[in-house]
Ligand binder design. Structure first.
Ligand SMILES: Cc1ncc(COP(=O)(O)O)c(C=O)c1O
Length: 406
């Protein structure tokens, strides 16, 4: 296999972040082998199963099921737990909408546990406050690839007998207390969508240490058909969907797996450099991780911008300054609790049938999440590909950050 390089194109400027995705002949060989085999679906091929074995080994979980994308992974996890109308699922408001959409697809009610103002990860104190007799699951998102107070969230789940799902869509290689994320809770969900640190264009995985859940997960993603059920056996125990990954993506993922260790190490180096730099700039504060987070995956490098420390100059002005300096930066998510999709969904026929009218107004009273609203106005993101930039690019980042004054 050719030597691994971080820059996709030979001769690409050393300091620029690599074109993403990074690939070489190993991806081409894997794709071509699947193509020529004529076995393009997991039913008769072996590429998806081979990747599942590798990914289970990476995460340390006993079972791994590859699925069509990260949203499907969440649907499978919630489906395995039997989530449905009348159930509440606790989720953080600072996340990609998919975390919430997955809950809504089951006509369950997403209940927001506000985030910690420094880390922007779900705050265990707020989780404890949101537990009711209807809570059926807690989804802990490892936002940006960092891990918040997972131990405390797991404790809360254990105390109340509520399963914890890890949404690790952004957190390949992240660790909690020395163990890879995904297998700490009942089920862990990953995304391999194009922007992710492990990428097959679209793709996802569910991991678990529970054999019965693994079997239910397989059947759920395979239109209710069990792992060993012969093709002519049309017997169905539960409802499901077709959420299968293709063999082409399995082959791509196996090739990409050879790169993530080196890429992850580079991201950690750049992030350390940025942490040191930001320590020199009061008002730009990196988001910390939980005490037990022994490895940050850095899907994003997140920090907070405090306008008051820069004479009131807005985050928008700061982002423009960064862009002009050749270092793109974004302001990240909007407050999900204020987005119209929740009200609109709660007003659909299915929700009104299950909960009657006025669900949104009732829901609103306990889902205001002021910390998240403030955080969404202060956060700044660099992407994981920027963290793969070489020393000259990191110097450019340093110059741009130091040049920002009140
Ligand atoms: C936290 C989180 N959960 C779930 C998803 C959904 O993954 P996918 O886009 O692969 O469906 C994403 C994707 O960005 C995500 O960031």
């Amino acid at each position: 296999m050719p030597a691994l390089t971080l820059a996709a194109e030979p001769g690409a400027a050393l300091d620029a972040p690599p074109a993403w995705p990074v690939f070489d002949g190993s991806e081409e060989a894997g794709l071509s082998a699947v193509l020529r085999s004529g076995k393009w679906g997991r039913g008769n091929g072996s590429a998806v199963a081979a990747f599942e074995a590798q990914y289970a080994a990476l995460t340390g979980a006993t079972h791994c099921l590859a699925v069509a994308n990260g949203t499907s992974a969440l649907l499978v996890a919630l489906g395995v737990l039997g989530i449905g109308p009348g159930d509440e699922v606790i989720v953080p408001p600072y996340t990609f909408i998919a975390t919430v959409n997955a809950v809504l697809r089951f006509h369950a009610v997403p209940v927001f546990a506000d985030v910690d103002p420094a880390s922007l990860q779900m705050d265990p104190k707020r989780v404890a406050e949101q537990i009711t007799s209807r809570t059926r699951a807690i989804v802990m998102v490892h936002m940006a690839g960092g891990v918040g107070e997972l131990g405390q969230v797991l404790e809360i789940g254990k105390k109340h007998g509520i399963p914890v799902i890890e949404d690790a869509a952004q957190a390949h290689l992240a660790e909690w207390e020395g163990r890879h994320v995904g297998g700490h809770g009942a089920l862990g969900c990953f995304s391999f969508q194009a922007s992710k640190n492990l990428n097959s264009g679209e793709g996802g995985a569910v991991v678990t240490n529970d054999a019965a859940m693994a079997e239910r997960a397989f059947a759920f993603h395979n239109n209710s058909r069990g792992r060993t059920q012969p093709g002519v056996d049309f017997h169905y125990e539960a409802s499901g969907a077709n959420l299968r990954l293709t063999e082409f993506q399995g082959a791509l993922l196996t090739a990409q797996m050879a790169r993530i260790g080196k890429q992850g190490a580079r991201r950690l180096e750049t992030a350390k450099r940025l942490d040191d730099l930001l320590a020199e700039v009061p008002g730009l504060t990196p988001c910390p991780v939980g005490r037990g987070c022994t490895r940050n995956a850095y899907h994003l490098y997140m920090f907070r911008y405090e306008a008051a420390k820069f004479g009131g100059r807005s985050r928008t002005e700061f982002l423009k300054h960064m862009g002009k300096s050749g270092v793109s930066a974004s302001g990240g998510y909007t407050p999900l609790q204020d987005e119209p999709f929740l009200k609109n969904t709660f007003e659909t026929r299915g929700y009104q049938f299950a909960y009657g009218k006025g669900l949104f107004e009732r829901w609103r009273k306990k889902n205001d999440c002021p910390v998240n609203r403030a955080a969404c106005g202060e956060a700044v993101w660099f992407t994981q590909t920027q963290l793969l930039g070489g020393p000259q690019y990191v110097d450019r980042m340093a110059r741009a950050l130091r040049a920002w004054k009140s």
